[in-house]
Design a protein around this ligand. Structure first.
Ligand code: PMT
Length: 336
């Protein structure tokens, strides 16, 4: 709900109280508009999954980056989520290096696997190049080795059709695409791996409650009441892909809440594992909690030496999760 001093826009569902009950996932999809490229994402994902499974390759869906929540139907302003997509982009690289094919559902303009190294806050594309005496563009010698390595790897992956990178911007783009891709992965059963690292908004303004045009500052201060977004992990785990391997993330800023909330999430949704992290230490330490041994949280922590050498924690997270995925596949086979 958006209200301004003189111009109060309210809805029955929102009037009850700010903590009014979240709608369910089905109602969310009925009330919101799918992204205009949803058919294209569905068709390309279907083709990608078919090609890769025919070749016996495991497929993982990696979600990455933050969702936006628009404040106006003709959107000028929106509420954003902090994530740059670092976790997702690095994780996708390690999945690819481990033989997985990756659907990388990411926030448009957030970090992408491999390319992320060549557009950092410190270094842009042009910083890697210089003009030689002959007037041709060359790579600066200090970057040559890593660029040649990454270009070769990236080209190999693309030519083998092992990476598909659909994008989203808003929460609703993300959720519609997530549902479509999940439905397509569902027939793979335990072989399908969901790695849900995107930072997903818990609050939104339903399309029919938003103002049509730009909110006018001339009308005074702005108050916002937002609806709760249903937790999509619930239908994903229970009906969209009930036999697949699902790993969610739990992000908190208060360390005292983290473990309990990660466990609660496993209890509530019944998926296989949660990777728990704290905002300010997320690059150096995470805890993996599995459903089949919920009382113990396995810590992955970089040493001071590793931090100094820019080791990326995702390599350990992915190694560990792939091991758990493999035993999940074995257990599913032996119990069927
Ligand atoms: O991109 P970086 O800067 O590297 O940061 C990485 C990260 C901190 C974003 C990542 O490691 C992370 O923790 N991602 C999950 C953030 C998040 O949405 O946490 P949450 O505690 O709000 O949600 C927990 C889980 O519920 C998530 O897996 C999410 O997919 C799911 N969810 C969230 C909202 C919602 N309405 N429905 C959901 O199902």
């Amino acid at each position: 709900m958006i209200s301004q001093n003189q111009n109060v826009i309210q809805s029955d569902s929102l009037l009850s109280s700010p903590s009014s009950k979240a709608i369910d996932a089905d109602s969310y999809f009925k009330k919101n508009t799918p992204p205009s490229n949803l058919n294209e994402i569905t068709a390309k994902s279907a083709e990608f999954i078919a090609t890769n499974t025919k070749l016996g390759r495991p497929v993982v869906l990696v979600t990455s980056g933050g969702t936006t929540v628009p404040l106006e139907n003709n959107t000028v302003r929106f509420v954003d989520n902090f994530s740059a997509g670092t976790r997702g982009a690095i994780s996708a690289e390690f999945f690819l290096k481990s033989g997985y094919s990756v659907i990388f559902l990411h926030r448009k303009h957030s970090l992408q696997p491999f390319n992320r190294k060549y557009a950092t806050p410190e270094l842009g594309f042009l910083d890697f190049l210089f003009i030689s005496q002959e007037g041709t563009v060359k790579i600066k010698p200090q970057y040559e080795e890593s660029l040649i390595h990454d270009i070769a790897l990236f080209n190999d992956i693309i030519s083998q059709n092992r990476l598909y990178m659909p994008t989203f911007i808003t929460l609703s783009d993300y959720l519609f695409s997530l549902r479509e891709i999940t439905n397509l992965l569902n027939p793979l059963g335990p072989n399908a791996f969901f790695y849900l690292a995107a930072a997903v908004s818990d609050f939104f303004i339903p399309a029919d409650k938003m103002v049509e045009h730009k909110i006018q500052s001339s009308e005074g201060e702005l108050s916002l009441t937002m609806n709760q977004v249903p937790k999509f992990l619930k239908p994903l785990v229970n009906s969209w892909a009930p036999n697949s391997f699902v790993v969610s993330f739990k992000l908190e800023t208060d360390p005292n809440l983290l473990e309990a909330k990660a466990r609660l999430s496993l209890e509530k949704y019944g998926h296989q594992a949660v990777v728990a992290n704290i905002l300010h230490t997320r690059k150096n330490v995470v805890w993996i909690i599995k459903r089949d041994s919920m009382d113990k949280a396995e810590e992955i922590r970089l040493s001071d030496e590793e931090i100094k050498n820019h080791v990326e924690i995702e390599q350990y997270i992915i190694k560990k999760l792939i091991k758990i995925h493999n035993s999940f596949i074995q257990n599913s086979k032996s119990s069927s």
